[in-house]
Design a binder for this molecule. Structure first.
Ligand SMILES: [Zn+2]
Ligand SMILES: [Zn+2]
Length: 139
């Protein structure tokens, strides 16, 4: 049995798989997720900052949901996250459609030789928090 401290509340719990978060926190996060989803439906064009403040959700959490493609910001809204490859502003996922296409070939090769580990790719990269402060103009 793998016992760990929950990264969110610090309580000890039996770790199974995925993120080291206890079941209570997971439940809470799911509730927050439903709340945020509803909020975005009613407030199209809200920024990550606004969503965070209105719903009392950590910005990092919101960014993670975006990376996981669980929430999407409106196409005409000014907010988004950066493509992890070229830095272009995207609304959901990890890469822009151009990079997705370019990566498709490589990923195919990759999955042939070695099975992908989705959990590994879902974790928020350390140091990605300061990306809000950087302006990107590349297309
Ligand atoms: Zn917890
Ligand atoms: Zn890109």
């Amino acid at each position: 049995m793998d016992v760990r401290n929950c990264v969110r509340c610090g309580r000890i719990f039996n770790y199974v798989t995925g993120q080291p978060i206890c079941t209570d926190c997971k439940k809470e996060i799911e509730q927050k997720f439903a709340q945020v989803k509803q909020y975005l439906r009613e407030n199209r064009g809200a920024s990550i900052q606004e969503v965070s403040e209105a719903n009392q959700v950590d910005i990092r959490q919101i960014r993670q949901w975006i990376r996981e493609e669980r929430i999407t910001f409106a196409e005409d809204s000014m907010v988004g996250i950066e493509c992890e490859r070229c830095g272009v502003t995207i609304r959901t996922g990890r890469f822009c459609s151009k990079c997705k296409n370019e990566l498709a070939g490589n990923i195919e090769e990759f999955t042939h030789s070695k099975s992908a580990e989705p959990d590994k790719f879902k974790t928020v990269l350390p140091g990605s928090d300061d990306s809000d402060n950087r302006l990107r103009f590349r297309r």
